[in-house]
Design a protein around this ligand. Structure first.
Ligand SMILES: Cc1ncc(COP(=O)(O)O)c(C=O)c1O
Length: 459
């Protein structure tokens, strides 16, 4: 029997969780089932996922920020169809193909003029691995600094720059010479830089785990100190890049000129994994300094044609559809629409972020009635309340969101950048309903929380 995708999926539909339990990650399947996230999605379309019953789910997670253009964008889809139909000579390897050159040119063209070259890989973590290696080699220094709460991926090098112990525990020893500094704390940064052995400070401009921001003064100080101590300033824009925060690159909000910029997620168009490490020609030329070193850092699939096509079509579409401006404007609309809920609900403390990278921060309520229950919940499992928001948003309102990090009551929204008034209104109404319930029927909600805490999530 020849391979036929449609009939295969038709024949095996509904077995997805069972297969994951048996052959992939049973714990993940278990967590998702416990939270009620067990669905069989059949289609992705713009801001929506559609399950086998035809139910539509508003996707405010966007594959962790991949779907800037929404799902199944027709331009990217057509470009990929075209590429397949053209039978492009992919991965000749001993070749300088046209498409990687074009994507390099286009990507560099979106950045400040100090950035002149790109290295292509397959993921955000790989983009970071390249940044670590390039920085060490170009400076001849061993150490790399990262910030509290940082997340740069989970390969060994990227994990060595991870600010959360829950990810690191048991995987050591990690890379030597990698040390944390406080996010937003210039003193701790300078203390480390002063030692004169720091190759790079790798930092997200808005931190993904928790949606933490730092002040204008901090960023100006970071750049100044990095220059002063000849340390490379690496902006990890894997999540924040390509319009997510209402500017093409989040570092533009602060007028920064990082030496290295890492890119991934949205560049894929949601179809083909890709990572990019963009840097100054000086850094690049130090690493690839002579012909013998031409492949000193490389990866088999790094410049694969389909990824390059997806990247090119994505960049063109960001331009054509004015995606960056739309993200900025929708972000403003979102913030305004959420403000009354912060007023209305004592558990809802703050909305923060930029553009369409939004953190909803929940915290201890003021009234005695709710305070006691909140404390009980926090005692059972820290950060559980945010799960009690994400759960009903999904199960009752069919909106996919995520808890921003372990042990914090922050819900993160990463809507597709094409979302508009309709999606924003729908979300705000749903959140109002969920928080209203938490306030009104607190006993019920908090009891459910306790049950959750005791169940699979804990084990
Ligand atoms: C800022 C940042 N850097 C790096 C990564 C790692 O990317 P990947 O999961 O593609 O390895 C992520 C992933 O979420 C990220 O948010």
């Amino acid at each position: 029997m020849s391979f036929d995708l449609e009939s295969l999926m038709e024949a095996r539909q509904g077995e997805n969780f069972k297969l994951h339990q048996e052959f992939l990650n049973p714990q993940l399947a278990r967590v998702l089932k416990t939270l009620g996230f067990d669905r069989f999605y059949e289609k992705g379309e713009g801001c929506y996922l559609i399950d086998r019953n035809g139910d539509r789910y508003l996707d405010f997670l966007s594959g962790f920020g991949v779907y800037a253009l929404g799902r199944s964008h027709p331009v990217v889809k057509k470009a990929l169809h075209d590429a397949l139909d053209m039978d492009l000579p992919n991965l000749a390897q001993l070749d300088c193909a046209l498409l990687p050159g074009l994507l390099g040119e286009a990507l560099v063209g979106t950045m400040h003029e100090g950035i002149g070259r790109c290295f292509f890989s397959n993921s955000g973590a790989e983009a970071i691995e390249a940044a670590i290696k390039f920085s060490r080699y170009a400076t001849g220094r061993p150490r790399v600094l990262y910030a509290d709460h940082a997340f740069h991926g989970l390969t060994n090098g990227a994990l060595s720059l991870n600010g959360g112990k829950e990810f690191r525990e048991g995987f050591g020893p990690l890379l030597p010479g990698c040390d944390p500094v406080g996010f937003g704390d210039l003193q701790s940064l300078e203390r480390e830089l002063r030692r004169g052995d720091v190759a790079a400070f790798v930092v997200e401009i808005i931190q993904g785990k928790g949606v933490y921001l730092a002040s204008d003064e901090y960023w100006a100080g970071v750049q100044r100190l990095c220059r002063q101590y000849s340390t490379l300033f690496v902006a990890d824009e894997v999540q924040t890049g390509l319009g997510r925060t209402g500017r093409m690159w989040a570092h533009e909000h602060y007028g920064l000129h990082p030496d290295i910029v890492t890119v991934s997620k949205a560049l894929s168009g949601g179809y083909v994994p890709v990572g990019a490490t963009a840097c100054s020609p000086e850094i690049f030329d130090r690493v690839y300094s002579k012909m013998e070193r031409a492949v000193v850092h490389s990866t088999t699939f790094g410049r694969n044609q389909l990824a390059m096509v997806a990247g090119l079509a994505t960049l063109q579409t960001i331009d054509d559809e004015e995606i960056v401006d739309r993200a900025r404007l929708s972000g403003e609309v979102f913030e305004k629409a959420l403000a009354p809920l912060v007023e209305k609900y004592e558990l809802f403390h703050e909305v923060r972020g930029k553009g369409l990278m939004i953190g909803l921060v929940f915290g201890e309520p003021a009234s005695l009635r709710l305070k006691a229950r909140w404390k009980m919940l926090e005692g059972a499992r820290k950060g559980l309340f945010s799960q009690l928001v994400v759960g009903p948003l999904f199960n009752r309102h069919r909106i996919l969101t995520q808890v921003a990090a372990d042990n914090v009551n922050i819900v993160k929204l990463l809507p597709p950048l094409i979302c508009g008034q309709e999606e924003i209104d729908y979300f705000v109404e749903a959140l109002d309903d969920v928080l209203g319930d938490a306030h009104r029927n607190s006993a019920l909600v908090f009891e459910f929380g306790k049950t959750l805490a005791k169940s699979a999530l804990h084990r």
